[in-house]
Design a protein around this ligand. Structure first.
Ligand code: GTP
Length: 360
């Protein structure tokens, strides 16, 4: 198997996150644009040709990834005029594939961080002779997801909408966003209009008698849909909890990129990454966080599970917990921000403006 389609578009992703000026798939996770990890993992599993199906302008990706040769890949970009949905996006790039009609084509969502054994998914597909094979993961609380029950042989029996009642929770298996399609199945998706694989293509294939095979793999799996999940994912990459050949350094408690400057007595833990040109002053303590390019963390600041945007500044003794500081924002000394607070790009928060202490 040598080909894949990576889905990196959609309505939501067209918008840039409010606090970081970089489009989501290009925000650094463990020091490199998130997409790099997915490309590197696919390459490591033997994929050589990847089509990026996007509804962004390709110029977001092309300057960094180019033709892919630096990553050992051949990359192509296809941009939809209007978002076509997941199925429509797959159909829209069909003419870029070189595979024969029965060959397997790997397809994966661009916003999932996973340790999926890609080769095992392809092997499952080939051994079962399925038309489409899906990576399924198990979640403790399946209420927020569409459910994918399977029979004793792993064959998918239904695609169920989000359960509304306890009786409707018939399984804890959900669609994990990575598939192998038989090449010819892609051509059966209607062209030129929005199509959802989950709501239209998969249920349609099932009712037409097609063979959809599930592979339950309960390896690391994280949907990076929220800033907090993104921060968690970056830390887990640095810690080595999810394997990626693209992490630019050794796995461990911290990753300090070239030209970053970290005071010897600053404490970096929990998979914290400090990107190029960023500065961490003496006495600062940073746990499980992302400090983007050129940001400054002043003396004795305490930061956990947070992201500090490019060129932003966090003042002395300021405490951040589960907070996102926008690019070029300034948070003055002696502030306390937490629990999902997001500071807009370029905003200025004067010294000692916000706190959460319980006393008056
Ligand atoms: P549908 O199945 O089409 O309804 O999309 P969804 O909203 O359920 O998909 P979701 O938001 O879970 O996105 C799954 C992946 O597909 C993500 O990586 C998205 O970036 C990508 N994606 C979603 N919609 C589109 C689209 O219209 N075009 C492209 N190219 N990618 C998309």
């Amino acid at each position: 198997m040598t080909e894949a389609i990576l889905l990196v578009g959609g309505k939501g992703t067209r918008l840039r996150p409010l606090t970081v000026n970089t489009p989501k798939p290009m925000v650094p996770a463990a020091g490199v644009p998130f997409l790099t990890h997915q490309l590197a993992r696919a390459r490591a599993a033997g994929v050589e040709h990847i089509v990026l199906a996007t509804s962004y302008l390709a110029e977001v990706f092309e300057p960094y990834f180019g033709d892919g040769s630096a990553f050992g890949l051949s990359l192509e970009y296809v941009t939809e005029v209007e978002p076509l949905g997941t199925g429509g996006a797959i159909r829209n790039v069909a003419d870029r594939l070189h595979s024969g009609p029965d060959d397997p084509v790997l397809i994966f969502n661009g916003d999932i961080l996973t340790g999926l054994d890609i080769r095992a998914l392809v092997a499952t597909h080939q051994d079962s002779g399925a038309d489409v094979s899906l990576h399924l993961t198990r979640v403790p609380d399946p209420r927020a997801f569409g459910l994918v029950p399977t029979d004793g042989t792993g064959r998918v029996t239904a695609f169920l909408e989000k359960p509304q009642t306890p009786e409707e929770i018939v399984t804890d298996q959900i669609n994990a966003g990575a598939y192998v399609f038989r090449r010819s199945v892609i051509d059966t998706i209607p062209a030129g209009r929005p199509v959802s694989v989950e709501r239209e293509t998969f249920p349609g294939l099932l009712s037409a008698g097609a063979h959809l095979q599930g592979m339950v793999d309960s390896t690391y799996w994280l949907d990076l849909g929220t800033p907090m999940a993104f921060i968690r994912g970056s830390a887990d990459l640095v810690l080595g909890r999810v394997p990626s050949p693209a992490v630019p350094g050794r796995r461990g408690d911290r990753l300090v990129l070239e030209s970053a400057s970290v005071a010897p007595d600053a404490k970096l833990t929990g998979g914290t990454v400090v990107c190029e040109g960023a500065t961490v002053a003496p006495g600062a303590r940073i746990d499980g966080s992302v400090i983007l390019r050129g940001a400054v963390v002043e003396e004795n600041a305490v930061i956990s599970s947070s992201l500090v945007g490019s060129g932003a500044r966090v003042g002395a003794r300021t405490t951040l917990r589960e907070t996102v500081i926008g690019d070029a924002a300034f948070v003055g000394p002696d502030n306390e921000l937490r629990d999902g607070a997001r500071v807009w790009c370029g905003a200025r928060l004067p010294a000692a403006s916000v706190r959460f202490s319980s006393d008056l």
